[in-house]
Design a protein around this ligand. Sequence first.
Ligand code: NAD
Length: 267
Amino acid sequence: MKRMAGKVVLITGAAGGQGAAEAQLFAAEGASVVLTDLAGAKLAELSASIEQSGGQVAWCEHDVRGEAGWEAAVSLARKRFGGLHALINNAGTISRQGIANTQLGDWHRTMDVNLTGAMLGMKHAAPAMRDSGGGSIVNVSSTAGLGAHYDAAYTASKWALRGLTKSASIEFVEWNIRVNSIHPGQILDTAFYREGQAGHAEAGRRAVPMQRQGTPLECAQLVLFLASDEATYITGAEIAIDGGYSAGGALWLRNKLRDALAAGHVA
Ligand SMILES: NC(=O)c1ccc[n+]([C@@H]2O[C@H](COP(=O)([O-])OP(=O)(O)OC[C@H]3O[C@@H](n4cnc5c(N)ncnc54)[C@H](O)[C@@H]3O)[C@@H](O)[C@H]2O)c1
């Protein structure tokens, strides 16, 4: 039995690294997937490959910042597949500026995509999910929603998304909708990762107790679990997927430093 058989799942940012992995995994597990992103050409390509593998897919160009776009995306799910059971608020953007250099336009863009976009998604998808008997919402935050990150707007937006997830989990519990956030660390094969500052990736890898970055498939597997009926008692939770970084990256680095000091390798 496929784990998502009979479910309809809407995934935003589906043309990106994690979103595409989620689209492929959900479709392979029997879900009908509705894929949205700003990047229509990439969605068309991804959708064709999912269809060739026997998956059920619909897609539309969609900017998560606007209500009309959300109405169209949810309506597509209802018309093509008869309802909606899961929403993956995965679309995201970043500013890469500290507070001192933050431009107001970048601040608003980051908040609008990462926070307002997810709020609008829940506002428009939740009634359709209620009408389908309930379901699951997964909000993709970040380790930047658990601790400090050099990007001020990104950090603020991802902490706010974590808080919004808690509110939503209580508001929608009566509609049988679970709402959880996930908090990835550095994830390979994404535009976020490719476009990062020089040295950021390697420094990040060395600070992770597992000594490696994560993959889009590993994130997709967590999202699939939370969206599936295997997670029916989990709501309002925040789950890090970061190789142990948020649990104890500082402790792990301190132990390395302790060993190096004891061996006389650092002054
Ligand atoms: N890659 C990482 O290292 C990392 C780490 C922590 C959290 N995240 C989060 O993971 C999520 C997925 O990103 P990814 O890692 O796949 O990176 P990615 O850049 O490959 O994908 C992000 C996607 O979001 C889309 N998008 C951006 N603005 C949009 C808008 N206004 N409307 C609709 N779509 C929009 C982009 O077109 C892109 O396809 C994001 O929310 C990101 O903040 C990523």
